[in-house]
Design a protein around this ligand. Structure first.
Ligand SMILES: [Fe+2]
Ligand SMILES: [Fe+2]
Length: 257
């Protein structure tokens, strides 16, 4: 409350706090506040809520596990001796942080919340793998990084398929680029161990290795974004993926590209 004196009558006038605010236009500051700008920006830029639980979950998962991957690569880069390998793995870590940023921007656009559950799990998994890189030698971090990347590739192509099923195509190029980047990561790790004598054994045990992948992308015969619907169509069942691999790695690639 504020008390002022009337200059004609000498009478004291009491202003209630709110009335005082209305007399002086400080309340207008609210309309210039960060909160108002944030929501105005959000509603003005194509804001819509997604009714696609699988897509929402996939975005939340991808966002959190990009962090796990980035943490793991911190340990991986720290544990390798070769300077060129160190530099390449640090670049891959940067790619993963960039992916996380891109996925967050998508989540914000569609009002998808960050999953605390995935965030905690990814944090722990990433830190454990990161520490493990210092004790399990050189081969295993390369092998399991490649195997993990192989599975990550289809996350972004599936995300694209889900958006497309809702009639949304504006993220096609972004998701295609992120999927292809994950494939480049997979290939980098595979090339590092392709001639290692342990690879056939690990491939037999863990189902990933030379010409055995969890996705059907072949960087030597890439399909453009408009035709990339052929990628990752199968529901991750390994037999289906193998059939798709055969189809897109060999016959169709040689004919089409
Ligand atoms: Fe990534
Ligand atoms: Fe990656």
């Amino acid at each position: 409350m504020r008390v002022l004196q009337n200059q004609n009558s000498g009478e004291l006038v009491r202003f209630h706090f709110c009335a005082y605010q209305l007399k002086y236009p400080y309340f207008l500051l609210f309309f210039n506040s960060k909160i108002v700008h944030k929501y105005a920006a959000r509603y003005s830029q194509n804001y819509m809520k997604l009714s696609h639980p699988a897509l929402t979950d996939l975005m939340q998962r991808a966002y959190s596990f990009e962090k796990a991957a980035a943490f793991a690569y911190q340990g991986h880069a720290g544990a390798v001796k070769d300077r060129e390998e160190k530099r390449a793995i640090k670049q891959i870590e940067t790619d993963e942080w960039n992916h996380r940023k891109e996925v967050l921007a998508l989540m914000n656009q569609y009002d998808v919340p960050i999953s605390k559950n995935y965030e905690v799990r990814a944090h722990i998994i990433g830190k454990v793998i990161s520490a493990g890189c210092y004790v399990i030698g050189w081969f295993m971090p390369f092998y399991f990084a490649g195997r993990l990347e192989s599975g990550n590739v289809c996350e972004y192509f599936r995300m694209k398929q889900y958006f497309n099923s809702l009639g949304i195509t504006e993220h096609d190029q972004l998701l295609y680029d992120m999927g292809i980047k994950e494939k480049e990561h997979e290939v980098y790790f595979l090339e590092g161990i392709r001639n290692n004598k342990l690879l056939p054994l690990f491939q037999k045990w863990f189902g990933w290795g030379d010409d055995e992948s969890f996705n059907n992308i072949n960087l030597d015969h890439k399909y453009p974004v408009e035709e990339s619907g052929v990628y990752c169509q199968a529901n991750q069942a390994s037999d289906d993926i193998k059939a798709l691999n055969l189809k897109t790695y060999t016959a169709e690639d040689q004919l089409a590209k």
